[in-house]
Design a protein around this ligand. Structure first.
Ligand SMILES: *[C@@H]1O[C@H](CO)[C@@H](O)[C@H](O)[C@H]1NC(C)=O
Length: 314
Protein backbone atom coordinates (compact mmCIF):
# COMPACT_ATOMS: atom_id res chain seq x y z
CA UNK A 1 0.00 0.00 0.00
CA UNK A 2 1.47 3.36 -0.90
CA UNK A 3 2.21 5.71 1.95
CA UNK A 4 1.58 8.73 -0.22
CA UNK A 5 -2.13 9.22 0.03
CA UNK A 6 -2.66 7.89 3.52
CA UNK A 7 -4.44 10.99 4.70
CA UNK A 8 -6.46 10.27 7.77
CA UNK A 9 -10.00 11.55 7.85
CA UNK A 10 -11.09 13.31 11.00
CA UNK A 11 -14.78 13.60 10.27
CA UNK A 12 -17.63 12.01 8.43
CA UNK A 13 -20.76 13.24 6.73
CA UNK A 14 -24.02 11.61 7.72
CA UNK A 15 -26.27 11.54 4.67
CA UNK A 16 -29.33 11.17 6.83
CA UNK A 17 -32.66 9.89 5.62
CA UNK A 18 -33.49 9.21 1.99
CA UNK A 19 -36.21 11.86 1.79
CA UNK A 20 -36.91 14.78 -0.54
CA UNK A 21 -36.09 18.30 0.70
CA UNK A 22 -39.76 19.29 0.56
CA UNK A 23 -40.69 16.40 2.85
CA UNK A 24 -38.05 17.48 5.34
CA UNK A 25 -40.24 19.74 7.56
CA UNK A 26 -43.00 17.16 7.83
CA UNK A 27 -40.52 14.41 8.69
CA UNK A 28 -38.85 16.67 11.22
CA UNK A 29 -42.10 17.25 13.07
CA UNK A 30 -42.96 13.56 12.88
CA UNK A 31 -39.61 12.42 14.28
CA UNK A 32 -39.62 15.06 16.96
CA UNK A 33 -43.06 13.89 18.04
CA UNK A 34 -41.91 10.27 18.01
CA UNK A 35 -38.83 11.07 20.05
CA UNK A 36 -40.79 13.07 22.61
CA UNK A 37 -43.32 10.25 22.87
CA UNK A 38 -40.49 7.78 23.47
CA UNK A 39 -38.92 9.91 26.18
CA UNK A 40 -42.17 10.74 27.95
CA UNK A 41 -43.67 7.27 27.64
CA UNK A 42 -40.61 5.53 29.03
CA UNK A 43 -40.11 8.11 31.77
CA UNK A 44 -43.74 7.62 32.77
CA UNK A 45 -43.26 3.84 33.06
CA UNK A 46 -40.10 4.30 35.15
CA UNK A 47 -41.85 6.83 37.42
CA UNK A 48 -44.98 4.70 37.88
CA UNK A 49 -42.96 1.63 38.79
CA UNK A 50 -40.78 3.65 41.14
CA UNK A 51 -43.73 5.30 42.87
CA UNK A 52 -45.98 2.27 43.30
CA UNK A 53 -44.63 -0.17 45.87
CA UNK A 54 -46.92 -2.93 44.51
CA UNK A 55 -44.86 -2.85 41.36
CA UNK A 56 -41.57 -3.52 43.09
CA UNK A 57 -41.50 -7.07 41.76
CA UNK A 58 -38.90 -8.65 39.47
CA UNK A 59 -41.12 -8.36 36.37
CA UNK A 60 -41.62 -4.62 36.80
CA UNK A 61 -38.02 -4.02 37.85
CA UNK A 62 -36.93 -5.56 34.57
CA UNK A 63 -39.57 -3.56 32.73
CA UNK A 64 -38.28 -0.37 34.34
CA UNK A 65 -34.76 -1.30 33.27
CA UNK A 66 -36.03 -1.98 29.75
CA UNK A 67 -37.69 1.44 29.63
CA UNK A 68 -34.47 3.07 30.76
CA UNK A 69 -32.56 1.21 28.07
CA UNK A 70 -35.15 2.19 25.42
CA UNK A 71 -34.93 5.81 26.47
CA UNK A 72 -31.14 5.81 26.12
CA UNK A 73 -31.18 3.75 22.93
CA UNK A 74 -33.28 6.26 21.05
CA UNK A 75 -31.38 9.18 22.60
CA UNK A 76 -28.21 7.85 20.99
CA UNK A 77 -29.49 8.49 17.49
CA UNK A 78 -32.58 10.71 17.54
CA UNK A 79 -31.26 14.05 18.87
CA UNK A 80 -28.39 13.91 16.40
CA UNK A 81 -30.76 13.04 13.56
CA UNK A 82 -33.08 15.91 14.47
CA UNK A 83 -30.14 18.26 14.69
CA UNK A 84 -28.74 17.08 11.35
CA UNK A 85 -32.06 17.61 9.60
CA UNK A 86 -31.55 21.32 10.29
CA UNK A 87 -28.02 21.43 8.83
CA UNK A 88 -26.85 21.80 5.29
CA UNK A 89 -23.88 19.47 5.65
CA UNK A 90 -24.20 17.30 8.74
CA UNK A 91 -20.64 16.54 9.82
CA UNK A 92 -19.77 14.23 12.66
CA UNK A 93 -16.24 14.13 14.09
CA UNK A 94 -14.49 10.77 14.10
CA UNK A 95 -14.49 10.46 17.91
CA UNK A 96 -18.20 11.31 18.14
CA UNK A 97 -18.92 8.74 15.50
CA UNK A 98 -17.17 5.99 17.47
CA UNK A 99 -18.86 7.13 20.68
CA UNK A 100 -22.24 6.99 19.03
CA UNK A 101 -21.47 3.52 17.72
CA UNK A 102 -20.38 2.37 21.17
CA UNK A 103 -23.56 3.53 22.89
CA UNK A 104 -25.74 2.29 20.08
CA UNK A 105 -24.31 -1.23 20.46
CA UNK A 106 -24.38 -0.93 24.23
CA UNK A 107 -28.06 -0.08 24.61
CA UNK A 108 -29.13 -2.30 21.73
CA UNK A 109 -27.51 -5.31 23.41
CA UNK A 110 -28.71 -4.34 26.83
CA UNK A 111 -32.23 -4.42 25.50
CA UNK A 112 -31.83 -7.92 24.14
CA UNK A 113 -30.33 -9.22 27.40
CA UNK A 114 -33.10 -7.62 29.41
CA UNK A 115 -35.68 -9.29 27.19
CA UNK A 116 -34.04 -12.62 28.06
CA UNK A 117 -34.23 -11.82 31.78
CA UNK A 118 -37.91 -10.93 31.39
CA UNK A 119 -38.63 -14.15 29.52
CA UNK A 120 -36.87 -16.15 32.23
CA UNK A 121 -38.87 -14.34 34.89
CA UNK A 122 -42.15 -15.26 33.16
CA UNK A 123 -40.96 -18.84 32.73
CA UNK A 124 -40.32 -19.21 36.46
CA UNK A 125 -43.59 -17.43 37.34
CA UNK A 126 -45.73 -19.69 35.16
CA UNK A 127 -43.91 -23.01 35.38
CA UNK A 128 -42.88 -22.85 39.06
CA UNK A 129 -45.43 -20.52 40.66
CA UNK A 130 -44.85 -21.93 44.15
CA UNK A 131 -41.12 -21.37 44.10
CA UNK A 132 -41.27 -18.04 42.29
CA UNK A 133 -40.33 -15.80 45.19
CA UNK A 134 -37.45 -18.02 46.30
CA UNK A 135 -36.02 -18.41 42.78
CA UNK A 136 -36.42 -14.82 41.59
CA UNK A 137 -34.80 -13.29 44.68
CA UNK A 138 -33.74 -9.64 44.58
CA UNK A 139 -30.17 -10.93 44.49
CA UNK A 140 -30.78 -12.97 41.33
CA UNK A 141 -32.55 -10.02 39.65
CA UNK A 142 -29.70 -7.71 40.44
CA UNK A 143 -27.20 -10.29 39.23
CA UNK A 144 -29.05 -10.67 35.93
CA UNK A 145 -29.09 -6.90 35.41
CA UNK A 146 -25.40 -6.57 36.33
CA UNK A 147 -24.50 -9.49 34.07
CA UNK A 148 -26.35 -7.81 31.18
CA UNK A 149 -24.37 -4.61 31.76
CA UNK A 150 -21.06 -6.46 31.90
CA UNK A 151 -21.69 -8.52 28.76
CA UNK A 152 -22.95 -5.57 26.78
CA UNK A 153 -20.00 -3.39 27.86
CA UNK A 154 -17.61 -6.07 26.69
CA UNK A 155 -19.38 -6.54 23.36
CA UNK A 156 -19.72 -2.85 22.52
CA UNK A 157 -16.11 -2.21 23.57
CA UNK A 158 -14.83 -5.04 21.40
CA UNK A 159 -16.49 -3.67 18.26
CA UNK A 160 -15.47 -0.10 19.02
CA UNK A 161 -11.81 -0.98 19.62
CA UNK A 162 -11.70 -3.06 16.46
CA UNK A 163 -13.18 -0.13 14.57
CA UNK A 164 -10.68 2.30 16.08
CA UNK A 165 -7.87 0.24 14.53
CA UNK A 166 -9.09 0.96 11.02
CA UNK A 167 -8.17 4.01 9.06
CA UNK A 168 -10.39 5.94 6.74
CA UNK A 169 -8.87 7.70 3.75
CA UNK A 170 -11.08 8.89 0.91
CA UNK A 171 -14.76 8.31 1.25
CA UNK A 172 -16.28 9.94 4.32
CA UNK A 173 -19.96 9.90 3.39
CA UNK A 174 -22.01 7.55 5.54
CA UNK A 175 -25.25 6.73 3.71
CA UNK A 176 -27.15 6.41 6.98
CA UNK A 177 -28.56 8.59 9.76
CA UNK A 178 -26.16 7.39 12.44
CA UNK A 179 -22.71 5.82 12.66
CA UNK A 180 -23.72 2.29 11.94
CA UNK A 181 -21.15 -0.47 12.29
CA UNK A 182 -21.65 -1.96 8.84
CA UNK A 183 -21.92 1.41 7.09
CA UNK A 184 -18.59 2.49 8.61
CA UNK A 185 -16.87 -0.77 7.68
CA UNK A 186 -17.73 -0.18 4.02
CA UNK A 187 -15.81 3.13 4.10
CA UNK A 188 -12.63 1.78 5.69
CA UNK A 189 -9.44 1.71 3.64
CA UNK A 190 -7.70 -0.93 5.75
CA UNK A 191 -8.48 -4.60 5.85
CA UNK A 192 -11.79 -5.28 7.59
CA UNK A 193 -11.68 -9.05 7.61
CA UNK A 194 -11.19 -9.38 11.37
CA UNK A 195 -14.05 -6.96 12.02
CA UNK A 196 -16.37 -8.88 9.74
CA UNK A 197 -15.50 -12.18 11.38
CA UNK A 198 -16.11 -10.73 14.84
CA UNK A 199 -19.45 -9.28 13.73
CA UNK A 200 -20.47 -12.61 12.30
CA UNK A 201 -19.47 -14.72 15.32
CA UNK A 202 -19.80 -12.53 18.38
CA UNK A 203 -22.59 -10.42 16.87
CA UNK A 204 -24.43 -13.55 15.81
CA UNK A 205 -23.93 -14.98 19.30
CA UNK A 206 -25.24 -11.84 20.96
CA UNK A 207 -28.39 -11.82 18.82
CA UNK A 208 -29.05 -15.51 18.29
CA UNK A 209 -28.37 -16.82 21.81
CA UNK A 210 -30.76 -14.39 23.54
CA UNK A 211 -33.34 -15.08 20.84
CA UNK A 212 -33.06 -18.85 21.35
CA UNK A 213 -33.20 -18.47 25.14
CA UNK A 214 -36.36 -16.40 24.80
CA UNK A 215 -37.92 -18.92 22.43
CA UNK A 216 -37.05 -21.69 24.87
CA UNK A 217 -38.64 -19.88 27.81
CA UNK A 218 -41.85 -19.22 25.96
CA UNK A 219 -42.08 -22.74 24.53
CA UNK A 220 -41.69 -24.15 28.05
CA UNK A 221 -44.43 -21.77 29.16
CA UNK A 222 -46.66 -22.95 26.33
CA UNK A 223 -46.04 -26.61 27.20
CA UNK A 224 -46.83 -26.06 30.85
CA UNK A 225 -50.11 -24.30 29.94
CA UNK A 226 -51.13 -27.01 27.51
CA UNK A 227 -50.44 -29.76 30.04
CA UNK A 228 -53.15 -28.47 32.36
CA UNK A 229 -55.46 -26.54 30.07
CA UNK A 230 -57.82 -24.29 31.97
CA UNK A 231 -59.36 -21.27 30.34
CA UNK A 232 -58.32 -19.10 33.26
CA UNK A 233 -54.71 -20.26 33.12
CA UNK A 234 -54.55 -19.72 29.38
CA UNK A 235 -56.01 -16.24 29.63
CA UNK A 236 -53.62 -15.31 32.44
CA UNK A 237 -50.59 -16.62 30.57
CA UNK A 238 -51.56 -14.86 27.37
CA UNK A 239 -52.21 -11.57 29.08
CA UNK A 240 -48.78 -11.57 30.72
CA UNK A 241 -46.82 -13.04 27.83
CA UNK A 242 -48.64 -11.46 24.91
CA UNK A 243 -47.02 -8.08 25.36
CA UNK A 244 -43.58 -9.64 25.88
CA UNK A 245 -43.92 -11.66 22.70
CA UNK A 246 -45.00 -8.59 20.72
CA UNK A 247 -41.91 -6.68 21.83
CA UNK A 248 -39.61 -9.64 21.26
CA UNK A 249 -40.85 -10.21 17.73
CA UNK A 250 -40.68 -6.52 16.87
CA UNK A 251 -37.13 -6.17 18.14
CA UNK A 252 -35.56 -9.40 16.97
CA UNK A 253 -37.58 -9.58 13.77
CA UNK A 254 -36.07 -6.37 12.41
CA UNK A 255 -32.54 -7.04 13.69
CA UNK A 256 -32.39 -10.56 12.33
CA UNK A 257 -33.96 -9.42 9.06
CA UNK A 258 -31.43 -6.64 8.74
CA UNK A 259 -28.13 -8.13 9.90
CA UNK A 260 -28.45 -11.86 9.59
CA UNK A 261 -30.27 -12.23 6.28
CA UNK A 262 -28.70 -9.54 4.11
CA UNK A 263 -30.35 -10.22 0.77
CA UNK A 264 -28.60 -9.22 -2.45
CA UNK A 265 -30.89 -6.26 -3.12
CA UNK A 266 -30.45 -4.70 0.30
CA UNK A 267 -30.63 -1.10 -0.81
CA UNK A 268 -29.57 1.77 1.43
CA UNK A 269 -33.21 2.87 1.60
CA UNK A 270 -34.43 -0.49 2.86
CA UNK A 271 -31.63 -0.62 5.40
CA UNK A 272 -32.47 2.86 6.68
CA UNK A 273 -36.15 2.05 6.99
CA UNK A 274 -35.39 -1.15 8.91
CA UNK A 275 -32.95 0.72 11.16
CA UNK A 276 -35.66 3.34 11.74
CA UNK A 277 -37.94 0.51 12.88
CA UNK A 278 -35.80 -0.66 15.75
CA UNK A 279 -34.09 2.56 16.74
CA UNK A 280 -37.20 4.73 16.76
CA UNK A 281 -40.39 2.74 16.49
CA UNK A 282 -39.68 -0.12 18.91
CA UNK A 283 -38.50 2.06 21.83
CA UNK A 284 -41.54 4.27 21.24
CA UNK A 285 -44.01 1.39 21.21
CA UNK A 286 -42.64 -0.55 24.20
CA UNK A 287 -44.29 1.57 26.90
CA UNK A 288 -47.62 1.40 25.07
CA UNK A 289 -47.43 -2.33 24.46
CA UNK A 290 -46.74 -2.95 28.14
CA UNK A 291 -49.09 -0.46 29.67
CA UNK A 292 -52.12 -0.75 27.40
CA UNK A 293 -52.53 -4.43 28.17
CA UNK A 294 -51.45 -4.29 31.72
CA UNK A 295 -53.86 -3.79 34.61
CA UNK A 296 -51.17 -3.18 37.20
CA UNK A 297 -49.62 -0.35 35.24
CA UNK A 298 -53.01 1.17 34.48
CA UNK A 299 -53.86 0.90 38.15
CA UNK A 300 -50.62 2.57 39.17
CA UNK A 301 -51.32 5.31 36.65
CA UNK A 302 -54.77 6.01 38.05
CA UNK A 303 -53.44 5.92 41.57
CA UNK A 304 -50.71 8.37 40.69
CA UNK A 305 -53.20 10.66 38.96
CA UNK A 306 -55.81 10.75 41.68
CA UNK A 307 -54.02 10.00 44.89
CA UNK A 308 -56.98 10.99 47.08
CA UNK A 309 -59.63 8.74 45.61
CA UNK A 310 -59.84 5.39 47.32
CA UNK A 311 -59.97 1.98 45.82
CA UNK A 312 -59.16 1.56 42.27
CA UNK A 313 -61.51 -0.83 40.47
CA UNK A 314 -61.50 -2.14 36.95
C1 LIG B 1 -33.02 -2.39 37.35
O1 LIG B 1 -33.15 -3.61 38.05
C2 LIG B 1 -32.46 -3.67 39.29
C3 LIG B 1 -32.54 -5.09 39.83
O2 LIG B 1 -33.85 -5.54 39.98
C4 LIG B 1 -33.05 -2.62 40.23
O3 LIG B 1 -32.39 -2.66 41.46
C5 LIG B 1 -32.91 -1.26 39.59
O4 LIG B 1 -33.54 -0.28 40.38
C6 LIG B 1 -33.52 -1.24 38.19
N1 LIG B 1 -33.20 0.03 37.55
C7 LIG B 1 -34.11 0.82 36.97
C8 LIG B 1 -33.65 2.05 36.33
O5 LIG B 1 -35.26 0.51 36.98
Amino acid sequence: MSKRNQTILSEFILLGLPIQPEQQPLCYVLFLAMYLTTVLGNLLIIMLIYLDSHLHTPMYMFLSNLSFSDLCFSSVTMPKLLHDMQCQVPFIPYADCLTQMYFFLFFGDLESFLLVAMAYDRYVAICFPLHYTTIMSPKLCLSLVVLSWVLTTFHAMLHTLLMARLWFCEDNVIPHFFCDLSALLKLACSDTQVNELVILFIGGLVVVVPFLLILMSYSRILCSILRVPSSRGIRKAFSTCGSHLTVVSLFFGTIIGLYLCPSANNSAVKETVMAMMYTVVTPMLNPFIYSLRNRDIKGAFRKACCRKKIPFHM
